[in-house]
Design a protein around this ligand. Sequence first.
Ligand SMILES: [Zn+2]
Length: 228
Amino acid sequence: MDKIKKSILFFVVICLFACLSNAKTFYANGHPEVKQVALTFDDGPGKATKRVLEILEEKNVKATFFMLGVRVENDTETAKEVAAAGHEIANHTYEHVNFYSYNAADKMSIMEREISQAKKIIKDMVGVDTYLMRFPYGYSKPDGLEAAQKQGYYVINWSFGMDWEDVSAQEMHIKYKQAIKNGAIFLMHDLSKNDKILSFLRDFIDEIRAEGYEIVTVSELLNLKQKI
Ligand SMILES: [Zn+2]
């Protein structure tokens, strides 16, 4: 009987350890008791990036930009402007493969290549050594986390985002505002013209602050540093 109890205890400890080590790689929100939020912009640098930068500068906000390797190659100057303005740059893979629907035998190696290619391009062209990443479509299955972890990355998803949905800017603004909470990570995009987000980003920043929240980068929100 003792032996069985010991085995069960051993199993529980191993499971707990596995869960905790996973939790250290994957995040979708910050601390539930801290009045801080982070703004994140995906898929750029793109057509909306410069206007997003202007608004962030005007409001003195630092955000986190999850960039695609292929976009950094195509618009290196804008990527450099984002870095020079003091924003945080993170890896959003090379060319936005949807790993939820990619089931070929080489999935793991493609995932690793998607991460490493973007990592190298951002490092070589922008001079930033990224350690935060987000998979396209928020892929967060164990194989993805493993591929990210191998290259020293934390995987960051979001607590709220819907700027791709076919709703009015007004409705979108209301929904983003309703999602303000402790530790929120807001997802937005700067790839296309994205007029809807741009039409209320200024007001949204004011509303976040009026509710007593500080706007910080993802690494500040989660208290993360580059893994050694
Ligand atoms: Zn994306």
